[in-house]
Design a protein around this ligand. Structure first.
Ligand code: SF4
Length: 297
């Protein structure tokens, strides 16, 4: 088919009935949006067909990522999938909920290259409400795994679940200190989920989150300032100092190496949250203008 941008990671999902009720997730218990995750539909194929197809097209990809749905037997099913995919020469990522380091070790031993332990919600209150869990406890699990398997952990953070930007920045800085690679996502309302009517985030908010992550990951973050609603008003530098240190990669998809997730959160006809390819000069200038307007107090 015609593709504006090709995916550089092959994303697979192990289907199942999830035990969790995350309000934003199409795979959650109670969701009626079957075979979907974010705005992408995931058609079902037999394992063998997937493996044969992937082995003929390995050169198209830089990575393969297995998305886990936390149903019954998810550990055994994920280990089986990893073992089958190990016959390919592609590095394997496995995206799952935060887990104990001992379980993480099983996945690494089975052939996983990187574990993506998703935090998703950066606000303690929203975490409890949407994920029925404790943010601090799950952050500790990710940090413990990151400590034991240095440089092999990723996480997902979703912008637009209702969190404040100061909460996002705190979680990003904390996880970055442990060497966790952060993949930013824009909340995408999915029909059939509890949050189907919740709006996608404002682009300005998303750009501020991307710039915060860009500065934190490069060790260039200085004291950020926030307003009373937690919104970033100042990145520790005047615009004249900030602009020259920003590169187009600030607005590109973040996460595991080789994961570009084209149009995962956005329609091809609309402005992108995550650019899945290098920006043109015109696009970069346009995003800088948007960011500058997003910094006006
Ligand atoms: S960043 Fe991409 S490859 Fe890594 S776990 Fe997330 S979706 Fe998978």
């Amino acid at each position: 088919m015609r593709l504006d941008v090709k995916p550089t990671t092959a994303h697979l999902m192990i289907p199942g009935n999830c035990a969790f009720r995350c309000g934003y997730c199409a795979q959650a218990a109670g969701s009626t949006a079957r075979n979907a995750l974010s705005r992408i539909s995931w058609p079902t194929f037999e394992d063998e067909e997937v493996l044969n197809s992937l082995s003929r097209r390995e050169s198209l990809f830089q990575r393969v990522c297995v998305q886990v749905v936390h149903g019954r037997d998810w550990v055994a099913r994920a280990l089986d999938a990893v073992s089958a995919l190990s016959s390919l020469s592609l590095p394997i990522s496995l995206a799952a909920r935060p887990m104990q380091a001992d379980l993480a070790e099983k996945f690494f031993d089975a052939g996983v290259d990187r574990l993506g332990l998703s935090i998703d919600a950066a606000s303690p209150g929203i975490y409890e409400e949407l994920r029925s869990g404790c943010l601090e406890r799950d952050l500790s699990l990710v940090e413990e795994a990151a400590e034991r398997f240095r440089g092999r952990l990723s996480t997902h953070l979703i912008v637009g679940l209702g969190e404040r930007e100061d909460e996002l920045v705190r979680v990003m800085a904390k996880l970055n200190l442990s060497g966790v690679k952060i993949a930013l996502f824009a909340f995408t309302p999915c029909p059939g989920t509890k949050m189907a009517k919740h709006p996608a985030p404002d682009y300005k908010k998303y750009r501020r989150a991307q710039v915060a992550l860009y500065l934190i990951e490069r060790g260039m973050a200085r004291d950020f300032e926030f307003d009373s609603k937690g919104q970033v008003t100042f990145f520790g530098r005047d615009w004249e100092d900030l602009k020259p240190i920003l590169e187009p990669s600030a607005f590109m998809t973040s996460g595991c190496p080789g994961c570009n997730r084209p149009f995962y959160n956005e329609r091809p006809s609309r402005r992108m949250y995550n650019y899945p390819r290098p920006l043109s000069d015109v696009e970069f200038e346009e995003e800088l203008r948007l960011l500058e307007s997003a910094m006006v107090k």
